[in-house]
Design a protein around this ligand. Structure first.
Ligand SMILES: C[C@](O)(CO)[C@H](O)COP(=O)(O)OP(=O)(O)OC[C@H]1O[C@@H](n2ccc(N)nc2=O)[C@H](O)[C@@H]1O
Ligand SMILES: Nc1ncnc2c1ncn2[C@@H]1O[C@H](COP(=O)(O)OP(=O)(O)OP(=O)(O)O)[C@@H](O)[C@H]1O
Length: 303
């Protein structure tokens, strides 16, 4: 067998088209009905043999990404190595394109990418079920980064049921100046929502995904963390209003924010909303992306 010299994996960002949040559990997490949709903004993780675990990172926001063992990709490599009783002697290079600390699961994408890349590099032949277990140990969003497409996440978001999507959705993402801490947003949710009901997936929203109907999806988008994100980052209201005035079908905070997401009717409308946002002064930049996108994908071992 030829041992590959490096393996590159591409992993998508996500937007939560429905994020229903229940009350805090005894373990501090929240039960969710989390409808994930993978979007076509990608990080790439390249694994290369090395004497010891090493992380490097390039791209927008790379200076905010830790290069030590707190990096989720490093933790993923160590978890896979431990599972197979070997050393995590690998250099992981992360080419970032997913906004950092933006509520689009960038760190989770890198963890899923590192798992898949190391598995291919080391020839450890880990089953999909084992990879999903490792993902769930690393973080609530990580299993979805591995599978992509669309899925309903229950529990703390890690238990996935695949969802059918009947068309292509055109999104714009406004990247904010600054980040939000996910635990801080959940804490603010607890403060604002003392009696959160049990979370349930919305049937009309699942139907809109199934039929690929953007107008119907726009009418059902919902994020229970949005009031908390707006409370901690009030200027996001101006970004949401700007994208809506530019013709978006709907606008919402992406996950825990502060990235904001705009659903549009087609690629032309998306380009217009993105350009309006870019010149509005209400965000740092705006990106267009289509959904659904595939999950973590090996781009090919380079022998
Ligand atoms: C906001 C979302 O991105 C929506 O998909 C996720 O719920 C967050 O997922 P994540 O970043 O993978 O989160 P984890 O790394 O598992 O947890 C980080 C922190 O977020 C909070 N957290 C996360 C998930 C969850 N169901 N309830 C929580 O309260 C907890 O304070 C936890 O300590
Ligand atoms: N590989 C990584 N990429 C980005 N951030 C990382 C990574 N590993 C650890 N982090 C840390 O995690 C924090 C959150 O970054 P991340 O980009 O994952 O946020 P997020 O997209 O808001 O996450 P989520 O949507 O899953 O809540 C960063 O501020 C950084 O300190």
């Amino acid at each position: 067998m030829t041992v590959p010299r490096s393996v590159t994996v591409r992993v998508p960002a996500k937007v939560n088209v429905q994020l229903a949040v229940g009350a805090a559990r005894a373990d501090g997490f929240h039960d969710l009905a989390n409808v994930f949709l993978a979007v076509g903004l990608y990080d790439e993780v390249t694994a290369t043999p090395a004497d010891a675990l090493r992380i490097t990172c390039e791209g927008p926001g790379a200076d905010q990404v830790p290069l030590d063992r707190t990096n989720l990709a490093a933790r993923a490599a160590e978890a896979l190595a431990a599972r197979h009783g070997r050393r995590a002697d690998v250099h992981l290079h992360i080419a970032k394109d997913i906004p950092v600390a933006g509520g689009m699961a960038g760190g989770s994408a890198d963890a899923a990418g590192a798992l898949l890349a190391c598995d291919a590099l080391w020839g450890t032949g880990t089953t999909c079920a084992e990879l999903l277990d490792l993902c769930a140990e690393l973080g609530s969003d990580v299993p979805f980064s591995l599978v992509g497409g669309a899925a309903l996440g229950t529990g703390r978001g890690e238990r996935l049921t695949e969802l059918a999507v009947g068309g292509t959705f055109h999104w714009v993402f406004a990247v904010a100046d600054g980040g939000l801490s996910t635990p801080a947003v959940y804490r603010e949710f607890d403060r604002l929502t003392p009696d959160a009901p049990a979370p349930e997936a919305s049937e009309p929203l699942l139907a809109a995904l199934r039929t690929g109907d953007a107008t119907a999806l726009a009418a059902t988008l919902a994020n229970d963390l949005q009031p908390a994100a707006l409370s901690l980052f009030p200027s996001l209201a101006d970004t949401l209003a700007t994208g809506t005035a530019a013709g978006a079908l709907a606008a919402l905070v992406s996950g825990s924010g502060p990235t904001t997401a705009f659903l549009t009717k087609d690629a032309e409308a998306a380009a217009h909303v993105a350009e309006t946002l870019r010149t509005s002064g209400t965000c740092r930049t705006a990106r267009v992306a289509e959904a659904p996108a595939p999950g973590a994908t090996v781009l090919g071992p380079r022998a």
